[in-house]
Design a protein around this ligand. Structure first.
Ligand code: ADP
Length: 376
């Protein structure tokens, strides 16, 4: 029987476990929150912080392979595990390329993958210079620790620089600026590489964000066949350039000319791939587990057009969900609730997926179910 360790016990870890339990694998999670989403279904839970190297070593000693469900973890811990002979996938090398957004973009560029123009900056005067070079609007980003748009600030003009600089910690974290891409769509591609070298690419997903948080995903993306091909090829190239193992999410901007620019990568299953659970022959979670174990990867074929809508908290309270009965009036919806104890404004609490004969119908059903659900 295989034992798998996951650093992180959030919803992504939970969905990995749900899928892999069919194969009777055992899971040990490491997460500082006792009642984290994966807690209720993990076989064991080490309650410890993500930078607690000793605890991460204890995790590795109990399992055959260690993986992780988010990228803000100690690189040093992963390196130490590898040096001690533990299997860690994706490798510390892959995470090292990705963890810092500036280094990630440099690595993409070095591998001839198209990215928005970008520059590293430290001071207000560096940003002014970057503004002269790249012109406004600009987007200022912290290179580490950002998620759901936290860590980004748009700069509309030179006068706007001090506000953005302050909002992102006045240089206390490494910073970079990027040209603001007037994209026509945001899409993402989930791709997977097994330790045995096999690769698969999922269909292109179209994403709409609300307040910088993913709101809805529809698949297949409404883009031309040429753009679809380009997006899938770029994603396959990313798998190789970053020596990925398991899932890699490639977030892309589609330009008005129909080309794609890489926005960012995540070396793990991703929110925009939740649809694969019901929408594809094999989910991103199952392929992640198969990939890190060196098993053949499953078909990524889309079974039916799919839509996914996130359930995001709009207030702070104890999490008591209402309206399930009404939401299930839509016959094709599947509702996923992560089990977080507290609802908070902007927090991902669950999601709804529907597959249907058309994207419009799938979207109608997830929206209707979403409107029926609320937290007390
Ligand atoms: P996070 O790591 O927080 O997800 P991202 O860098 O992916 O941050 O940015 C979040 C969102 O901000 C993107 O989905 C996109 O809508 C917008 N964004 C990021 N970079 C750019 C850019 N260079 N041009 C235009 N919009 C951008």
């Amino acid at each position: 029987m295989k034992k798998i360790g996951i650093i992180g016990g959030g919803q992504l870890g939970k969905m990995m476990i749900l899928d892999a339990k069919r194969l009777d694998y055992q899971f040990v999670i490491l997460d500082p929150t006792v009642q984290c989403p994966a807690h209720s279904i993990a076989d064991a839970h080490i309650v410890a912080g993500f930078d607690d190297i000793e605890a991460i070593k204890r995790l590795a000693e109990r399992v055959d392979v260690v993986t992780y469900e988010f990228e803000h973890i100690s690189l040093q811990a992963l390196q130490e595990l590898e040096a001690a002979g533990h299997k860690v996938y994706p490798s510390s090398e892959t995470l090292g390329y990705i963890q810092n957004k500036y280094q990630q973009k440099c690595h993409l560029k070095k591998n001839k993958l198209s990215v928005p123009a970008f520059l590293p900056v430290e001071t207000v005067s560096d940003i002014k210079q970057a503004g002269e070079q790249l012109s406004y609007p600009l987007i200022l980003k912290t290179c580490t620790g950002g998620y759901d748009g936290k860590g980004n600030a748009v700069i509309d003009s030179e006068e706007d620089i001090p506000r953005a600089y302050e909002a992102l910690g006045k240089g206390s974290l490494p910073l970079m600026v990027e040209e603001f891409v007037p994209f026509v769509k945001e899409v993402s591609v989930l791709a997977c590489r097994s330790v045995n070298g096999q690769t698969v690419v999922f269909p292109v997903a179209e994403n709409v964000h609300k307040d910088s948080i993913l709101d809805e995903t529809t698949v297949p993306a409404a883009i031309s066949p040429e753009t679809t091909r380009e997006a899938m090829e770029v994603s396959e190239q990313c798998l190789h350039a970053f020596e990925a193992c398991g899932m890699l999410c490639v977030e892309l901007f589609v330009t008005k000319e129909g080309h794609v620019l890489v926005n960012e990568l995540a070396p793990r299953p991703h929110n925009s791939g939740h649809y694969t659970i019901e929408g594809c022959v094999t989910s991103q979670y199952e392929n992640h587990i198969r990939g890190i174990l060196g098993l053949p990867l499953g078909s990524t074929k889309l079974i039916r057009p799919s839509a996914m809508k996130n359930i995001i908290g709009d207030h702070d309270a104890k999490a008591v969900l209402l309206g399930l009965e009404e939401a299930y009036q839509e016959p094709d919806v599947k509702i996923h609730i992560y089990g977080k104890e507290e609802v908070r404004k902007g927090r991902k609490m669950g999601h709804i997926t529907a597959t249907a004969d058309t994207i419009e119908e799938a979207l109608r059903q997830v929206r209707s179910a979403h409107a029926a659900l609320r937290y007390e």
